[in-house]
Design a protein around this ligand. Structure first.
Ligand SMILES: Cc1cc2nc3c(=O)[nH]c(=O)nc-3n(C[C@H](O)[C@H](O)[C@H](O)COP(=O)(O)OP(=O)(O)OC[C@H]3O[C@@H](n4cnc5c(N)ncnc54)[C@H](O)[C@@H]3O)c2cc1C
Length: 397
């Protein structure tokens, strides 16, 4: 579909780029407005459930992703204090058989690059850096977006993919600041040779315990080792991507099993995130303006789905525009209608999984007993609705 005015997207993260490339493929000119001086992502790992590989398949990006992803043989949980195994779910062929798609992990920067390459292959995509969105206004004919340097851009539609602290959301939803969870994440990546053989593990392995957990897994075909340590702390109000206090981290994990403490001791510098989310809402569109990814439904990372849900959003948005034959306000309504219950369920279930990981006392014992008494795949059974994913061709049929 040819249009004179572009679709404007605030934010060139994974969600914004996914939306840009998928909409440009349908003939829409798209301009991505990124506030940073370069398009890029932090060096940390993310997990990608089978529902996201379903989207890569739909987007024709499977091969590009497979070249840089790592496919762990299993997903497990150990008790962080005793070191005992709680549960291990085999992945690989088991995940493929159950969901039709694999479970993988990827370096964030590599996934971002896959989408950057996909955008570069689309002449209709314009990528702009140094373009911080300040405000916008709209009428029946289109939107006008004002940047921090006072430039005003005109568009046919405007998508706020500007993350957890979305400026666009302020105007569309107006529900204040995100909810600070009191949970802090420290992230680090080691090279393979920095991890002693007895600490290396091919699985995605989570060590869960009272108000703390550690997750680790290999990245980039096993060349790197990703670690995320999470603990409860009321010390911080908000924050994003600052350096962590190593002494505090060791204090929080002081009663952890020796192998956990040894692994944490391998890292000198941690990057820190204050983890936030929001209550789910059902309305994040206003005529020609909508939200996508963390701007629409920010979630805690306990189900490892935030980026994945942003990619699903991009696909659904495209299908909605197809369904309404380019009627933007109708498409944005149809898109949020198709998304809010699923993304809201992920937001709320992620909080619950945080409680499971961080259980103590009787709750911890029950957790261990329930997981240990189940079948190998029981730990996954409750998430089938999520990993089954969405079928784009049937969304608006
Ligand atoms: C510790 C941790 C672990 C995680 N693990 C996983 C995982 O395993 N799997 C998974 O799927 N997800 C995971 N996530 C979630 C995932 O990181 C996010 O959900 C995802 O990055 C959201 O993408 P986005 O494009 O919506 O937003 P973002 O990645 O936040 O991108 C927003 C972009 O908008 C730009 N921007 C902001 N404001 C403006 C403005 N005013 N004007 C212009 N540009 C602007 C920013 O610079 C940024 O580039 C994790 C998150 C955390 C914190």
């Amino acid at each position: 579909m040819a249009q004179s005015l572009p679709i404007l997207i605030a934010g060139g993260g994974i969600g914004g780029l996914a939306a840009a490339c998928v909409l440009a493929r349908d003939g829409y000119p798209v301009t991505v407005l990124e506030q940073a001086s370069a398009f890029g992502e932090i060096g940390a790992g993310i997990q990608l459930g089978p529902n996201i590989f379903r989207m890569f398949d739909y987007l024709g990006l499977t091969e590009a992703v497979n070249q840089v992803a790592y496919f762990p043989p299993g997903l497990g949980m150990n008790d962080v204090r005793t070191g005992e195994k709680v549960v291990r779910v085999p992945l690989g062929d088991v995940a493929r058989a159950a969901y039709g798609f694999p479970y993988g992990v990827i370096y964030r920067a590599d996934l971002h690059q896959v989408f950057l390459d996909a955008c570069a292959a689309q002449p209709l995509v314009t990528l702009r850096t140094h373009s911080k969105v300040e405000s916008f206004e709209q009428d029946a004919a289109g939107v006008r977006v004002r940047l921090a340097d006072a430039q005003v851009l005109e568009g046919a539609a405007f998508i706020g993919a500007d993350g957890m602290w979305s400026r666009v959301r302020e105007a569309v939803v107006g529900d204040g600041k995100p909810r600070v969870s009191g949970h802090i994440a420290y992230r680090a990546v080691l090279k393979r040779e920095e991890v002693p053989a007895h600490l290396w593990n091919d699985d995605v392995l989570l060590w869960g315990g009272e108000k703390t957990h550690l997750v680790h897994y290999p990245l980039r075909r096993g060349e790197l080792f990703n670690l995320v340590a999470v603990f409860h702390s009321n010390k911080y109000d908000e924050g994003w991507n600052t350096f962590g206090d190593t002494a505090e981290l060791h204090e929080r994990f002081a009663s952890a099993a020796p192998q956990v403490r040894e692994l944490l001791g391998k890292i000198e510098t941690w990057k820190m995130w204050v983890l936030c989310d929001r209550e789910p809402v059902r309305n994040w569109s206003d005529r020609r303006v909508t939200l996508l990814g963390d701007a629409a439904h920010p979630m805690l990372q306990y189900l490892a789905q935030g980026a994945g849900q942003a990619i699903e959003d991009a696909v659904v948005l495209r299908e909605a525009l197809r369904h309404t034959r380019g009627d933007v306000p109708a498409a944005f309504q149809a898109y949020q209608q198709a998304r809010y219950l699923r993304t809201g369920r992920v937001q709320l279930t992620a909080r619950f999984y945080g409680d499971i990981y961080h259980a103590s006392g009787v709750q911890r014992e029950l957790r261990n007993q329930m997981f240990q008494s189940g079948t190998e795949s029981a730990g996954f059974a409750g998430l089938k609705w999520m990993y089954d994913g969405i079928d784009p061709s049937r969304l608006f049929a």
